[in-house]
Design a protein around this ligand. Structure first.
Ligand SMILES: O=C(O)CCC(=O)C(=O)O
Ligand SMILES: [Fe+2]
Length: 202
């Protein structure tokens, strides 16, 4: 399904077994690289999502140094766990990009978490798409244009859906307005997981 600016929505792309396998992979990642609470640069205000990463680089943020990618976990200082093979396969099948992903951000949304409207622009390689996978409870996703004040469109993302921000849509503003509790049985404790695959360097 094509949204404004060529953003692609692939509803129900992953079947239940594929979703369960990804949840298992995420469990292993979180054991090795514990979730941390990201903060806004400058204000130091905590975001409501908790996160970790896998891949050669991970997205991190703190009060002083702001948003960036780094090869190690900010708390354990250990390298991030490897990208699970399923994610490399998905990138190959969907992204249509010659180089493999370097980073996978793992976002955990409790049922009261959200993510404000933002652009993904901490990457050098803006030719590569961002591939985003939804697992667990349904969310209300909002996508706009290249300017914060552009008109936005809201859509529900359910477990197994994939969004591709590529081409024109690569730098579109987007965010998660809310999570709908008890809309999926995939995650025993509710909430939502979002996996975001990215290329970082050119
Ligand atoms: O949770 C989502 O669907 C979006 C996550 C996101 O935009 C991000 O991590 O940059
Ligand atoms: Fe984003």
């Amino acid at each position: 399904m094509l949204l404004p600016n060529g953003i692609r929505h692939l509803p129900g792309y992953l079947d239940r077994p594929a979703q369960e396998a990804l949840v298992e992979a995420v469990r292993a990642i979180v054991t090795e690289a514990p979730l941390f609470t990201p903060v806004m640069p400058g204000t130091g205000k905590e975001m409501s999502v908790r996160m970790t990463n896998c891949g050669e680089l991970g997205w991190v943020t703190d009060k002083q140094r702001g948003y960036r990618y780094q090869p190690t976990h900010p708390v354990t200082n250990r390298p991030w766990p490897a990208l699970p093979p399923q994610l490399l396969d998905l990138w190959r099948d969907i992204a249509g990009y010659e180089n493999p992903p370097q980073a996978c951000l793992v976002n955990f949304y409790a049922d009261d978490a959200r993510m404000g409207l933002h652009q993904d622009k901490d990457e050098q390689d803006l030719n590569a798409p961002v591939l985003s996978i939804s697992l667990g409870n349904t969310c209300l996703f909002r996508v706009g244009g290249l300017n914060r004040n552009d008109r936005t469109l809201s859509l529900k993302l359910t477990s197994g859906d994939i969004i591709v921000l590529g081409g024109e849509g690569r730098l579109c503003f987007h965010g998660v307005d809310r999570i709908y509790p008890t809309t999926s049985t995939l995650l025993k404790n509710g909430g939502r997981i979002n996996l975001t695959l990215r290329r970082v360097t050119s």
